[in-house]
Design a protein around this ligand. Structure first.
Ligand code: SF4
Length: 134
């Protein structure tokens, strides 16, 4: 059996979706940190960084909030997503994230990221139907 550096069984590599960060486009604003429920992204030396591939599930909730287009999803060989490790990550709540229409936060509404006129916004599920249906 193949072992990693701490003597535990090494994870087999898989081909899957994972977030890719373009450092040239990243301005370090940090807006992508709290939308990542897995706690995979942190700001290091002024740039967003996926701290460990096994924390990123590739779902891309961070993509919609990035104002510079620095985030994309790529398919490549890496370690499998580690759901248990992600569950243990501290959850970061950003109180500035609120529904742009009613002002509700994630404490009292379900929020979804959206883009409009080049802006990254959040909308709650109560205000979303009015946007869809007019
Ligand atoms: S939201 Fe985009 S620009 Fe801001 S820190 Fe994250 S990757 Fe960088």
């Amino acid at each position: 059996m193949e072992l990693n550096v701490v003597g535990k069984p090494a994870s087999k590599k898989v081909v899957r979706s994972i977030i890719k960060i373009d450092e040239k486009k990243c301005n370090g604003c940090g807006k992508c940190v709290s939308p990542c429920a897995e706690g995979a992204i942190q700001i290091v030396n002024g740039k967003a960084k996926v701290m460990s591939d096994d924390l990123c599930d590739g779902m891309g909730f961070c993509i919609g909030v990035c104002p510079t287009g620095a985030l994309t999803v790529e398919t490549r060989e890496t370690v499998p997503f580690n759901e248990e490790k992600a569950r243990m990550q501290p959850k970061i709540i950003d109180s500035s994230i609120v529904c742009y229409k009613c002002g509700k936060s994630e404490y009292n509404a379900y929020l979804l990221p959206m883009r409009h006129n080049g802006e990254s916004l959040w909308v709650c599920t109560r205000c979303l139907p009015a946007l869809i249906h007019g």
